[in-house]
Write a protein of this length. Structure first.
Length: 353
């Protein structure tokens, strides 16, 4: 017996066009029970379309969608949304203003006996710490409470898959953090396979067992947050998860000459054009002359950001502006002469272009 969790949702070669625009382009993805997968990517890359296809709000044009071994949708056969074991929560929660909290949660369970519906609503009110608000109307609740009602409503039919589309974007920064932790706790305790769409790479890394990066309708990389950050598939993924310094370079005798010095590139033949990327926090700043392979730099300006300080640096002979990120308590002054060193092991090299 293998310990690998069996997939709950399986998307195979999904493609979706709106007229001539291909919004989802040959996407295959499996999400296991107990797994939270976050989809991140720029606006318009097809994230919501993918969720709408799983929930049945869009018809599958190519490919198949299955949940726990049962096919939900192919181009020829499609279960209507209300018969799919899928719970969906949208960005704006869309609570019914004329229904109480309990009424909102009960909505959509009409196919169940009344007693069972009541029991499930009571259970969810308890789980979401909303019991005392059962008879309240949505407009009397805080943003975080409304969010929990929306989540309870999505979970009311005991879905096998939960889909959350930008679930926290309507909340302010502070509330967002606490509501997010709470929601993750509830989802993990429920064990439901969950897909969360977000714009925010940090949110994706915090919530997801795995993070899927989409660009222009395609999955570019699907990996754990650690792997995505340290071993991005390409320069786009590298930049999505944090600021990088980028240079074009050509391999010569197993090395690369960059504005930050000579770096090893042993696996590549001479003449290969590459893009070299180095995360801003991987650039170490020292006193001039303190390290033999350090490159002299001058501080153009620095911005104190609390937890960190972002430093903008000029190279003496001109060339690209370099950025570094230091702990916030480090004091750096404009005009200061320093030296920059990059740890060769942390430099990322991608094919040029
Ligand atoms: N109903 C529609 N008709 C035509 N084009 C659509 C429709 N819905 C989405 N699109 C287009 O399909 C592409 C993907 O849209 P989608 O909503 O999936 O993107 P998204 O990744 O969710 O973006 P965002 O982060 O802005 O929510 C976009 O170019 C969008 O303009
Ligand atoms: Mg969207």
């Amino acid at each position: 017996m293998s310990d690998a969790p069996s997939p709950s949702v399986v998307l195979s070669n999904i493609r979706h066009r709106y007229g001539r625009l291909t919004a989802v382009d040959d996407v295959s993805l499996s999400v296991a029970a107990r797994e939270v997968v976050c989809i991140v990517g720029p606006s318009g890359c097809g994230k919501s379309t993918l969720l709408r296809l799983i929930s049945g709000l869009e018809t599958v044009q190519a490919g198949t969608i299955a949940v726990e071994g049962a096919t939900l949708a192919t181009p020829d056969r499609s279960l209507p949304p209300e018969r799919r074991p899928v719970g969906m929560m949208f960005q704006d929660f869309a609570l019914f203003p004329h229904l109480t909290v309990a009424g909102n949660i009960a909505f959509g369970q009409t196919d169940r006996p009344r007693a069972e519906r009541k029991r499930r609503v009571a259970e969810l009110l308890e789980t979401m710490a909303l019991a005392r608000y059962a008879d309240a109307y949505p407009h009397t609740l805080s943003g975080g409470q409304q969010q929990r009602v929306a989540l309870a409503r999505a979970m009311a039919r005991d879905p096998k898959v939960l889909l959350l589309d930008e679930p926290f974007s309507a909340l302010d920064e502070q509330l967002r953090r606490s509501v997010r932790e709470e929601v993750v706790r509830i989802i993990r305790a429920s064990g439901i396979a969950t897909i969360v769409v977000t714009h925010d790479p940090e949110e994706a890394m915090e919530m997801g067992n795995r993070v899927v990066v989409m660009e222009a309708g395609r999955i570019v990389q699907a990996d754990t947050p650690v792997t995505l950050y340290h071993r991005p598939a390409n320069s786009f993924v590298a930049r999505l998860f944090g600021e990088v310094n980028r240079f074009e370079a050509t391999v010569r005798d197993g090395a690369l000459d960059t504005p930050l010095g000579r770096l090893p590139a042993p696996a590549l033949p001479s003449g290969t054009r590459v893009e070299v990327a180095c995360r801003v926090e991987d650039l170490e700043l020292t006193a001039p002359g303190a390290r033999p392979n350090a490159v002299p730099v001058r501080v153009r300006h620095s911005s104190f950001l609390g937890a960190s300080t972002r430093v903008c640096l000029d190279l003496p002979g001109g060339g690209p502006e370099i950025h570094a990120r230091l702990p916030g308590h480090v004091d750096v002054q404009a005009g200061q002469e320093l030296a920059a060193v990059v740890d060769a092991a942390r430099v990322m090299v991608f094919p040029a272009g």
